[in-house]
Write a protein that binds this ligand. Sequence first.
Ligand code: MRU
Length: 358
Amino acid sequence: MRERLLAAERLKSIEWQDGRLMLLDQRKLPAEEIWHSYDSAASVADAIRKMVVRGAPAIGISAAYGLLLAARARIAAGGDWQQALEEDFKLLADARPTGVNLFWALRQMRERLERLKLGEDPCTALEAQAVSIHESDREANLAMAQFGVELIRRHQGNPQNLLTHCNTGALATGGFGTALGVIRAAHLDGLVERVYVDETRPWLQGSRLTAWELLGDGVPATLNVDSAAAHLMKSRGISWVIVGADRITANGDVANKIGTYQLAVLAMHHGVRFMVVAPSSTIDMALESGDEIPIEERAGSELLEVNGQRFAADVEAFNPVFDVTPADLIDVIVTEKGVVERPNAAKMTELMNRKRLH
Ligand code: MRU
């Protein structure tokens, strides 16, 4: 399966090329494929804030390269570069609040600095660390796809109708995706009849990005408005809702794109299975429950305008871009370390103590 999955990899959104970070501009897709080049922490932080790059794992990978760019500049400037680098850590960490992969990746970079040996070149060490964060995310995608496919195969007659939310594919990760990676692999195994794609208001990650990725792979996909989910579950024989995550807490609560929580409630009512797919870098064991996760709120203009043109009444807008799905609505969390069915605190601790199975 691994070889077939690698052969199916076709799209990338992050490249480390000749000492510069290249990002595919996700704000412009699918109309235009524009790559930008970055050579400073400030510009990378700005790209994360403005969602040139988005999706929790992709944000973490970009931040790691951003920190490397910062170290290069601080060392060239001379003086106490390690002290000066603290500003860059903060700048990058402040770019977005909810996805924990950003903070996880920065912590990996910090720990690598703390392990520097006498005479070791800091930039070489940090570059190797950033590349390893990028590569290990790709590997995690491959492992999760294999676990996820087995769950789908086991569950019901095949092929099946699936429902997904937001974008969790190659654009959001260092490989071919978390939830979308499982869906891609299931399609390769002939297990997928059709994928229903929530458009994912207001930023349209579903209609712009996920639909584009699926069509590029030849996966039968149908777009629906987010509010069609209950009707779809009732009328279209959906067997699984499959989503990614931005942060999973120690009790198994899951923060993901706004609208995920209501999907889980609906899935429970309709007897549809609910799968969350995320690498262990998305698991934040320092937080007891989802109540502690900071939820990003973005500008009301994302709701009130289209292409800078106001269409809404002169009303105030509330635009939280993530929500928290309680663990007891989740059938299974899939990670590269293995799967956790009906997650709770004890099972999450046991998972995090496991060695990787693939
Ligand atoms: O605001 P975004 O587009 O960065 O939100 C992304 C999501 O919510 C994804 O579902 C999540 O990051 C998982 S991506 C592998």
